[in-house]
Ligand binder design. Structure first.
Ligand SMILES: [Mg+2]
Length: 408
């Protein structure tokens, strides 16, 4: 096949929240960084050196501190991460007019025709992108360029952090032969286990799987992935920024549970991902719903109207908490949960805030900056959010895989 029948770049920031914090706090250079969810003491993101120390997402802060007293713990500040994210996307628009914002720290670029426009190879363009973003934001990114979005994403992941990988058509098969099937985006643990029963262990075996069997095992989704991995682009970039009717973050918990804290932790995780999406796409939500799925698969939901359209983590989490308290029944077994934002508008067209309530959100950010500043001067933990440290220290707390908010 030809090398560049189609060209798509995937740009992904490395350890984004922690990198943003490191970028505005040069004094932290060389220290492992953990970012905490704003309402509690659970690690939601970490720098590469924090990861190397064994710190994981979902770990209580005291445990992270025990692993390394050096670790710096900062509260998540989505307003600031949104600003860095928008700066990154504006740099990307210099390299291609067609950019799909995929998440707060990821984008896809249509690179067709860009080599002749820039008179550079894809390798040089990928390096230019990486260097410009670091120079202008202080955040490192990984860049992958290939024939399809799925291959571009796999390429960028193959050389993380701060790396580039260019994968032309003729090198795809060699690349896929080294890649386990579970590395394919959209192939989770269950699907990988199913494929392994059919002796499909590598991404190359997946790409070569016969159509009828692929259909039987993974349906239409599997067929799309097969085309994408074979270098045939079937998932086009979504370039039109339409305001969605709703944004949902939901998942099964993978187990039945009646544990209030565990379900609250899952909801907290969904809430944070929802805020990240709103911030990345410069959207605001006016209404927030929460639902819990019972063991019988019946869904119970409730929603609240927010005072004004917002993307503030604090406000959205407060609404999630109110809904959760209304819904949760002790002793009931739950299998899943989710958070849905509706009545969505663009950030630029904020007209419903006649009394300036939303400026509070900005004040929260400046307060956070002040807290960080004091910590910088007098050492960590001089000032912290009131709820940090509320995790009971006496008993061994369960190791949550999701951030947890304290449910009363
Ligand atoms: Mg990333």
């Amino acid at each position: 096949m030809s090398n560049w029948s189609n060209a798509i770049a995937h740009v992904d920031c490395d350890a984004f929240y922690a990198s943003c914090e490191a970028a505005r706090r040069p004094d932290l250079k060389g220290r492992p960084i953990c970012v905490l969810s704003s309402q509690n003491a659970i690690v939601v993101a970490k720098s590469y050196d924090a990861k190397a120390l064994g710190i994981t997402t979902g770990m209580p802060v005291w445990e992270a501190k025990k692993l390394s007293p050096q670790v710096v713990c900062l509260a998540a500040d989505f307003r600031y991460y949104g600003q860095v994210s928008n700066k990154v996307f504006s740099i990307l628009r210099r390299y291609s007019p067609d950019v799909e914002i995929y998440s707060i720290d990821e984008a896809f670029l249509d690179m067709n025709g860009m080599r002749s426009l820039w008179r550079k190879s894809f390798q040089q363009i990928a390096d230019d992108i990486r260097v410009s973003i670091f120079r202008e934001t202080g955040v490192t990114v990984s860049v992958g360029i290939s024939n399809t979005r799925t291959l571009a994403k796999l390429a960028s992941e193959s050389n993380k952090p701060n790396g580039t990988a260019v994968l032309p058509g003729q090198r795809i098969e060699l690349f896929l032969s080294d890649l386990p099937v579970a590395a394919i985006p959209g192939i989770g643990r269950n699907r990988a286990a199913l494929l392994q029963k059919f002796k499909i262990h590598t991404a190359l075996q997946f790409a070569h799987l016969e159509d009828t069997l692929m259909h039987r095992l993974l349906g239409r989704h599997g067929m799309l992935l097969k085309h994408e991995l074979s270098g045939r682009s079937v998932l086009p970039l979504e370039l039109k920024q339409v305001v969605p009717k709703s944004i949902a973050r939901t998942a099964s918990m993978g187990q039945l549970s009646h544990d209030r804290r565990l379900i609250a932790a899952h909801l907290s995780y969904h809430g944070m991902r929802l805020v990240a999406e709103l911030v990345a796409k410069q959207l605001l939500a006016r209404r927030l719903s929460v639902f819990l799925t019972l063991a019988s698969f019946e869904r119970q939901g409730t929603s609240v109207q927010l005072d004004f359209s917002t993307s503030s983590l604090k406000r959205i989490m407060a609404a999630v908490k109110v809904c959760f308290q209304q819904l949760f029944r002790p002793g009931e077994q739950y299998r899943g949960c989710g958070v849905v934002a509706t009545d969505i508008s663009r950030e630029v067209s904020r007209t419903d805030d006649l009394f300036g309530f939303s400026r509070e959100d900005t004040r929260q950010t400046s307060l956070m900056l002040t807290v960080n500043h004091i910590n910088k001067k007098y050492g960590d933990r001089t000032v912290s959010l009131a709820s940090v440290g509320q995790v009971k220290k006496k008993r061994q707390a369960p190791r949550f895989h999701y951030p947890l908010f304290i449910a009363h």
